[in-house]
Structure formats: structure tokens, C-alpha cells
Design a protein around this ligand. Structure first.
Ligand code: NAD
Length: 496
């Protein structure tokens, strides 16, 4: 890939220039272009969906035995691993995450394909207890064309979580990656083809979501949308889906509470809270962005946390020691800055950070330091809205009752963290917290075998887990008559 080239996009197995505007993706650490490509056009959406539908009907993929589909998914996992370093470096350039993080995302994508290959070949259909002279069964069928719409913050890992189970289920997939981070989805499509996936079963349509994602969601041949992104976009998609009676899964935003009880192991809690909010520069749906600390511990804990946060290494994403890279774009950094200004206007105080980094390499990229705000109430806007940046709001609490009320007082309910040495206390609190995922004495740890998703404005449906494959399949009940007599109701006697 050279900078002068315009990258082709993948439209139902044909690699060609998109029909939309030419644009560059840029490296957030320098603002310099990484690659040029043409966005997809509405005609490309139509061609991708029609091609996917034809491939679904005629490629034989849907009819392959599960272990045969699994063999292709295992090969995809293998090719991702073979190309891991190249993919991680490209991902670093595409979205500016530190190299250690992009390596982990690539490894996670390979693991996801491996997991869903195994889930595919071991998925069981059931014979249900019969209540008559028939055998009754519950089986699963592929849906057809599935759309995977993904955000910019974890490319390849997000796409893998949708593409792997959708392909395992026998479907065709059209990916609409975030406009600003399309490169890894294109690589993934190439890898799928190299692994022997029949052409047409995967397409990648980079460009504007309001145009392409919308058209894809509305398309009558698209039978399911799996979306990860902002809550507002998710609700828009849900409305379209309601009109089509189409199932959707929505992985949306968060404002997750992370709670330090007065008996917490402080070394663990400091490390966990730091990682929870500042890794990925806070550009994570599950970021632990609301910190609740027992009042008795508040000052000593905040002093340690602030000192440790001030030591985080912000800078060059290519440097293996870097813990925080730049934010994704100039516009997003401005949005983070507006939230910090709002927090101050709401009466908050800065404990750390709060001003963009400058000088040297910081002048070119979109860097923002770890920032801690305090002196605010949970009801205030910066405590209620997702900032999606390295901004932590810290609040002391007096009783567990008050804590629980505040922690659950959010439109979002994606994740939560608890730090305590008392396992019974942590268990009781963990069961009362309203969130799709609760971490106890750890944070932001994931396993592909464990379901993930949000409550309320954080989403609908679950990804991951062995049964994640079923969201890309339609359930069907089969009754198979075993009676050698005609059905009695009609009064027809068997002739022999
Ligand atoms: P976004 O909602 O702006 O965009 C997400 C995707 O939707 C992009 O591909 C975009 O082009 C597309 N899109 C935009 N408008 C659309 C429309 N009208 N119809 C169809 N598609 C459309 O989100 P973003 O800014 O890319 O990502 C950040 C958000 O994603 C944050 O809110 C974050 O919390 C959320 N997120 C959630 C999870 C999760 O698993 N819960 C994971 C990562 C990110």
C-alpha cells in the first residue's frame, strides 16, 4: 500500500474503487494521511447487498456442514495470527492506539474467529419432549444478509465479534466500518477471502454512516443489523428495525461507575481504576468514568491515584512503553475539552490535567492528558453524559445505600467495578448494581466465552458467548409425524 494509491473497497467479492468521495484516513498522532480511498456510494450499498444475497443463495456456504464452515473460520484465525504484526501496526496508524493495545486487539480478533469456529461445529440442535405421535425438534437456520456497523475505537476486534458468529451461522455479511477507521475491516475481508470464504459473502463499505449505514439498515434484503456505536445512532437504527420487524443488537455507550469500598486493597484499586478509565485514552464504551470512593478513604486514595495518573506515559503510539496515545481526531478532542469546561462551569475542580498537551510531537497530534474532576454531584451533566475521553469524575460516598442509588442513577448501564477485600460485601453489591457487566477486584477484562452487552441506553442484546452465534440464526421448530394413522380429527381411516 502506498500513499499515492487509492485503496479499493470490497463490494460483494469485487475489489474496486468506491463510488463516493475520495478521502484520506489519518494518523491521529501526527494528523498525516495513512491511506486514501473512495467512500462507498449508495450504488455500492445496493451492489454489496444484492451480491451478498446471491452469494448466500448460491455459494453453498449456508448449506455447508458446520464443521466445514468452522474449517474456514479456523483458517481466518490462523491468517490473522500470521499477519498480526502488520495488522497491529496498520491499526495503530488508523486509530492512534498504542501498539501494545492494537496487538491485543488483533490477537482478540483471531481468538474470536477460533472461538466461533468451535462454537459452530459444536452447536447442538435439540429434540424436544414430544407430546404426541411426532418427533419435535428445535433447529436453527441462517438469516441471509447481515449488516455489521462498527465504531472507530476498536477496529478488527469489533468487526470480528460480528463477522465471526454471522459467518459461522451461514450468513453473508456487509460491514460498514467507521468512516475514519476503515483499514482493518478491509484487511479482514481480504483475509476472509484468502482463507477460502466464497466471494460475495463479505463486503466492506467505508464512508458516512448517516448515508451508508442508514441505507444498509433500511435495505429489505438485510435481515439483521449488529451495531456498535453511540446511543443516539443506536436508537435511530432501532426505529428503522422496528418498521422492518428486523432483529437488531445494539452495543452502545456507557458511563460506568467504579467503586472503591473502605476495605479495598489500595494497590489493586489504584491500578484498576487507572486502567479502567485511562487505557485507550478513555475512548472505551466500558471506561470506568465515574469513580465513587468511600469518604473515609477519599483523600488518601485520591492522592495516590492522582500521583499515579500523573506518571502515565502519554505519547508516541509506536513506542512500546506508551500507555496513552492521542485521541481519534481534532474534533473529538474539542468535544472532550468542552466537557471539561462544562465540568468546571458546573462547579467542579480539576485534580489533574484539563489542558491539552503541547510542545514537540504533541503539537501535531490530538493528545489530551489524564484528567480528574472532583467536587461535582452525580446528577451533573459531566457525571451523566459519556465523554469518551481520559476524563474521570471522582465522587466520595458515605453509605452503601447512597452509593447504590447514585451508581445506578444513570441512563447508561453497561459496566461497573467494585474494589473490596470482603467477598460477601462485594457479591451483594455486585448483584444490586444495574449493569451488563460487573467486575469485582478487576476491571476491563474480557473473555469471548462470556456474554457482553448493556442494559437501558447502553444497548440491546448480547454479543460473545457460545450462544452468540444464535443471534445470527432464526430458530425453527420441526414436527415430524410418526403416526401410521391419519390425524384422528378428520375422521379419515387408513386404507391399509
Ligand atoms: P457512532 O454511533 O457515531 O458511529 C458508529 C457507526 O455507526 C459508524 O460506522 C457510523 O458511520 C455509523 N452510523 C452513523 N450514523 C448512522 C446512521 N444514521 N445509520 C446507520 N449507521 C450510522 O459512534 P462512534 O462515534 O463511531 O463510536 C463511539 C461510540 O460507540 C461511543 O458512544 C461508545 O460508547 C460506543 N461503543 C460501544 C461499544 C459497546 O460494545 N457497547 C463498544 C465500542 C464503542
Amino acid at each position: 500500500m502506498t500513499l499515492e494509491q487509492t485503496l479499493p473497497i470490497c463490494v460483494a467479492g469485487t475489489w474496486r474503487l468506491g463510488g463516493g468521495e475520495r478521502y484520506a484516513t489519518s494518523y491521529p498522532a501526527t494528523g498525516e494521511p495513512v491511506a486514501w480511498l473512495n467512500a462507498a456510494s449508495l450504488d455500492d450499498v445496493e451492489a454489496a447487498v444484492q451480491g451478498a444475497h446471491q452469494a448466500f443463495l448460491h455459494s453453498g456456504w449456508a448449506q455447508r456442514k458446520p464443521h466445514e464452515r468452522a474449517a474456514v473460520l479456523y483458517r481466518i484465525a490462523g491468517l490473522i495470527r500470521e499477519r498480526a504484526e502488520e495488522l497491529a501496526q496498520l491499526q495503530r496508524q488508523d486509530n492512534g492506539k498504542p501498539i501494545n493495545e492494537t496487538r491485543a486487539l488483533v490477537a482478540s480478533a483471531a481468538g474470536t474467529f477460533q472461538f466461533f469456529a468451535a462454537a459452530c461445529e459444536t452447536l447442538e440442535e435439540t429434540i424436544t419432549p414430544s407430546r404426541g405421535d411426532f418427533v419435535s425438534m428445535s433447529v436453527y437456520e441462517p438469516m441471509g444478509v447481515v449488516a455489521a456497523i462498527t465504531p472507530w475505537n476498536s477496529p478488527i476486534a469489533s468487526e470480528a465479534q460480528k463477522v465471526a458468529p454471522a459467518l459461522a451461522g451461514g450468513n453473508a455479511v456487509v460491514i460498514k466500518p467507521a468512516e475514519i477507521t476503515p483499514l482493518l475491516a478491509l484487511q479482514l475481508a481480504q483475509i476472509c477471502e484468502d482463507a477460502g470464504l466464497p466471494k460475495g459473502l463479505i463486503s466492506v463499505l467505508p464512508g458516512k454512516g448517516s448515508l451508508l449505514g442508514d441505507a444498509l439498515t433500511r435495505h429489505p434484503l438485510v435481515k439483521r443489523v449488529s451495531f456498535t456505536g453511540g446511543t443516539r445512532t443506536g436508537k435511530h437504527i432501532a426505529h428503522i428495525a422496528a418498521d422492518k420487524m428486523m432483529p437488531v443488537s445494539l452495543e452502545l455507550g456507557g458511563k460506568s461507575p467504579t467503586i472503591v469500598l473502605d476495605d479495598a486493597d489500595l494497590d489493586h484499586a489504584v491500578a484498576g481504576v487507572l486502567y479502567g478509565i485511562f487505557s485507550s485514552s478513555g475512548e472505551a464504551c466500558i471506561a470506568g468514568s465515574r469513580l465513587f470512593v468511600a469518604r473515609a478513604l477519599y483523600e488518601p486514595f485520591m492522592a495516590r491515584l492522582t500521583a499515579a495518573a500523573a506518571q502515565l506515559r502519554v505519547g508516541d503510539p509506536a513506542d512500546e512503553r506508551t500507555q496513552m496515545g492521542p485521541l481519534i481526531s481534532a474534533g473529538h478532542r474539542e468535544s472532550v475539552e468542552r466537557y471539561v469546561a462544562l465540568g468546571l462551569a458546573e462547579g467542579g475542580r480539576l485534580r489533574l490535567g484539563g489542558e491539552r498537551l503541547s510542545g514537540g510531537a504533541f503539537d501535531k497530534g490530538y493528545f489530551y492528558p489524564p484528567t480528574i474532576l472532583e467536587g461535582l454531584g452525580n446528577h451533573q451533566q459531566v457525571c451523566q453524559e459519556e465523554i469518551f475521553g481520559p476524563v474521570l469524575v471522582a465522587l466520595p460516598f458515605d453509605s452503601e445505600e447512597e452509593l447504590l442509588q447514585q451508581a445506578n442513577d444513570s441512563l447508561y448501564a453497561l459496566a461497573a467495578g467494585i474494589w473490596s477485600r470482603d467477598y460477601k460485601r462485594a457479591w451483594a453489591l455486585g448483584r444490586k448494581l444495574q449493569a451488563g457487566t460487573v467486575w469485582i477486584n478487576t476491571y476491563k477484562q474480557f473473555s469471548i466465552s462470556t456474554p457482553f452487552g448493556g442494559w437501558r441506553d447502553s444497548g440491546l442484546g448480547r454479543e460473545k458467548g457460545r450462544l452468540g452465534i444464535l443471534q445470527y440464526m432464526e430458530q425453527k421448530s420441526l414436527y415430524w409425524g410418526m403416526n401410521d394413522q391419519p390425524l384422528a380429527w378428520a375422521g379419515v381411516e387408513a386404507t391399509q
